[in-house]
Design a protein around this ligand. Structure first.
Ligand SMILES: [Zn+2]
Length: 468
């Protein structure tokens, strides 16, 4: 007997043919999709199901994959708006995160995961998980809340230099020995844990001045370690214009040339940002099958730059999509992010087809699956793939009439239109009711802890307008 049957949906498969199936039903056994067809065609054996979800004509889409999301920054929403990256990081993000204890990191993670599930994200990449957040606790929360995650343990080697520069808050630093030992331990304990929902990668700190914390040899070492252990690496690269000057001056190379030279560029590498990557570097990304995580809202808000997404996609580079952070986006809503990605490419290139709605959905699904190195398991609704299924209700004023479901999903919908979410075959939200956590409790604790954090660190955040 089938474990779960989702009927009465329009299935946006994102399969090889990009087929959309109306009046569809999806049968799930264990963690996988075992049948997907027109209801009238679905084999009789699948109709006897332990649990039936009536989609009521909703859209069924593959779970969205957020390829770059800092979970500790969910609790930093609105702390550092309207500023460039230096004051943003140096005066707000690092001092605040550097003061986190495991309870702060835990509630911030829960807040983010709840928001993700409620807006259709079923898998995400956290690029920098610091030891101070308590890796085991973070992984346990993911195990409990049912989402999929790639947790990249932050690693670094030039701790003494970083301390001397006094740019990165002390609380964000670790020694090479500590950070690598903790990464090894976390990989050993958690990689492929929670029925394969958790992956543990390496997250070397960004090569950037004046916040240098990793040497070229260290990137080389991490690249070797990752290949040896069969895990991935994610690193921020060329997010800001000044980064290009830094690589030119220090290494006589462009950013991706540097990454290539230190052995990072491999199919297991996910580069975040890449706002300042040139056409000649795109060739390296393509040749090495290096993946990219594009974060349009954060890039626009911080005036960082515009990644050549159209050119990368045309060259065959896998470009996923990321919300980045509660502090620079300021939300983790991949449906809104898809629209942002499309609008940004179109205006930047003055080409209304630079990134279509379909292209944006591909980035959030099938390209995201490549970004997290799970192309065979995630990113589309197909028999044999993991049952990560999101039902979106488009019977809304803002999504009517329904001529083209992809257009409505990307250009008209919003995260709150997501009604039901299945991850790894488990219903984690039904009819907007979260089944894996106490939403009210998380909201209340995040508010209290957020206020405490500001009080404790002395960081002032007040509205710009007078408040009576
Ligand atoms: Zn980031």
């Amino acid at each position: 007997m089938t474990d779960l049957l989702i009927k009465n949906v329009t299935a946006v498969t994102v399969d090889e043919r990009r087929l959309i199936i109306t009046d569809a039903a999806i049968a799930v056994e264990g963690d996988s999709i075992v049948a997907l067809d027109k209801e009238a065609e679905l084999a009789a054996e699948h109709w006897r199901a332990a649990r039936v979800v009536d989609g009521g004509g909703m859209l069924a889409i593959p779970g969205l994959i957020d390829a770059h999301a800092h979970s500790p920054q969910a609790m930093l929403r609105g702390v550092a708006d309207d500023m460039g990256w230096r004051p943003y990081l140096q005066e707000y993000i690092w001092p605040l995160q550097g003061a986190y204890d495991p309870d702060d990191a835990a509630i911030s993670l829960k807040l983010m995961v709840l928001e993700m599930i409620k807006s259709g994200t079923t898998c995400y990449v956290d690029p920098l998980v610091h030891t101070r957040y308590d890796f085991d606790r973070q992984a346990s929360i993911i195990e409990e809340m049912g989402i999929r995650a790639v947790l990249a343990k932050s690693v670094m080697d030039q701790t003494a230099l970083a301390q001397q520069q006094e740019v990165i808050n002390e609380g964000m630093l670790e020694t090479e020995e500590q950070s690598l030992a903790e990464a090894d331990r976390a990989i050993e304990k958690w990689h492929n844990a929670a029925d394969g929902r958790i992956q543990v990668w390496y997250g070397p700190r960004v090569p950037r001045e004046p916040a240098t914390a990793c040497s070229p040899d260290f990137y080389r070492k991490v690249s070797d370690l990752a290949l040896e252990k069969g895990v991935g690496i994610t690193v921020h690269l060329a997010g800001e214009r000044e980064d290009v000057d830094y690589f030119r001056r220090e290494y006589d190379a462009l950013p991706v040339e540097f990454a290539d030279r230190v052995g990072l560029t491999q199919p297991n590498l996910l580069l975040a940002m890449c706002c300042w990557v040139s056409e000649q570097e795109i060739e390296i990304l393509q040749r090495t099958d290096t993946k990219v995580a594009h974060c349009p809202s954060a890039n626009m808000k911080m005036s960082s730059g515009v990644a050549k997404v159209r050119e990368m996609r045309q060259a065959g580079v896998s470009v996923g999509l990321g919300c980045d952070s509660g502090a620079n986006n300021n939300c983790y809503d991949m449906i809104r992010e898809m629209k942002a990605a499309s609008l940004l490419q179109n205006i930047h290139t003055m080409d209304p087809q630079a990134l279509t709605a379909e292209g944006a959905l591909e980035m959030a699904t099938i390209a995201g699956a490549a970004a997290v190195d799970r192309p065979d398991a995630l990113g589309s609704l197909e028999v044999g793939k993991k049952a990560d299924i999101v039902l979106v209700d488009l019977y809304k004023l803002h999504a009517t009439p329904q001529f083209d479901p992809i257009s409505n999903l990307v250009y008209a919908a919003q995260g709150s239109d997501v009604r039901t979410v299945v991850i790894d075959g488990r219903v984690v939200m039904e009819d907007r009711q979260i089944l894996v956590a106490d939403e009210e409790e998380i909201l209340a604790e995040a508010e209290t802890r957020g206020q405490d954090l500001l009080a404790r660190t002395g960081v002032q955040v007040t509205p710009n307008w007078p408040v009576e």
